[in-house]
Design a protein around this ligand. Structure first.
Ligand code: AMP
Length: 249
């Protein structure tokens, strides 16, 4: 069985985000970019399934600019076998990403797609769900455990009230939550080896997908600054302030 893992190149989670002066988006020039953290978890899970003998091949796929090749090389250095880059400098919204992934999935015929639960740049949390719908496949979102059986998988999902385990038929699209695993670091020898692994490049037009945006960003704003805290001298004063000023008691 093959496993396809979509990986997005996003602003590194340690970077302090700056909004562009014209409010059209966030500053990307000269900013450190990395693989979306949930996608690292997805790659790790696919590799663990391969190491457990449940999959033969792990293919990482990214949609983005030429530099997304670095993100794919990271996935290859972690242990993925092959990479596909769908190259475009345009903004690609989740529906278009899902359509492009559908075309790749149809060509590769994997038994499982493991995506991240959300990309930390646009926080859409839509792509995995849309991909499953477009393919007509089962889906299990926010996975914190995946147990592959014969033709089906038991997936434990993080839901508001705790954990829910569901059985899904394969092929399926699963989205990875934070507690699924702790991704490995790529070792230097593996980073060197990854440079020689196969990376296939395509364009959205090659895949016959129209990626024209359907949404319009009206404005992007920095979150309002937090008010400074105050120190109180006694518990009584704290209770008083919680009652009269904060209004939470
Ligand atoms: P989103 O729906 O944008 O929050 O993204 C959810 C997941 O879809 C991500 O964690 C990735 O696994 C995948 N994904 C989204 N955008 C891309 C992209 N441009 N290239 C590859 N994978 C993507």
């Amino acid at each position: 069985m093959k496993i396809v893992v979509p990986v997005k190149r996003v602003v590194d989670y340690n970077v302090k985000i700056r909004v562009k002066p014209d409010g059209t988006g966030v500053e990307l020039a000269n900013v450190k970019m990395s693989m979306n953290p949930f996608d690292e978890i997805a790659v790790e899970e696919a590799l663990r399934l391969k190491e457990a003998g449940k999959a033969e091949e792990v293919i990482v796929v990214s949609i983005g600019p030429a530099k997304a090749e670095e993100t794919l090389r990271t996935g290859l250095a972690m242990g993925a076998d092959r990479a596909v880059l769908v190259e475009t400098d345009d903004v690609v919204e989740p529906l278009a990403v899902a359509k492009l992934l559908k075309a790749i999935v149809e060509a590769e015929a994997p038994g499982l797609v493991i995506a991240g639960k959300q990309a930390i740049d646009d926080d859409s949390n839509q792509t995995a769900q849309m991909l499953a719908a477009l393919l007509g496949w089962s889906q299990a979102t926010f996975a914190s455990k995946i147990e592959l059986g014969d033709g089906s998988a038991n997936v434990t999902r993080e839901v508001d009230g705790g954990l829910q385990t569901i059985a899904v038929k394969l092929p399926a699209v699963v989205s990875a939550d934070l507690r699924l695993n702790e991704p490995r670091y790529a070792s230097l020898p593996n980073i060197m080896k990854a440079k020689k692994k196969p990376l296939d490049k395509k364009s959205p037009a090659d895949l016959g997908v129209d990626i024209a945006p359907r949404l319009k960003v009206l404005k992007t704003e920095e979150p309002g600054g937090r008010k400074a805290g105050i120190k109180v001298k006694t518990v009584a004063e704290l209770v008083e302030k919680l009652k009269t000023e904060a209004g939470v008691l």
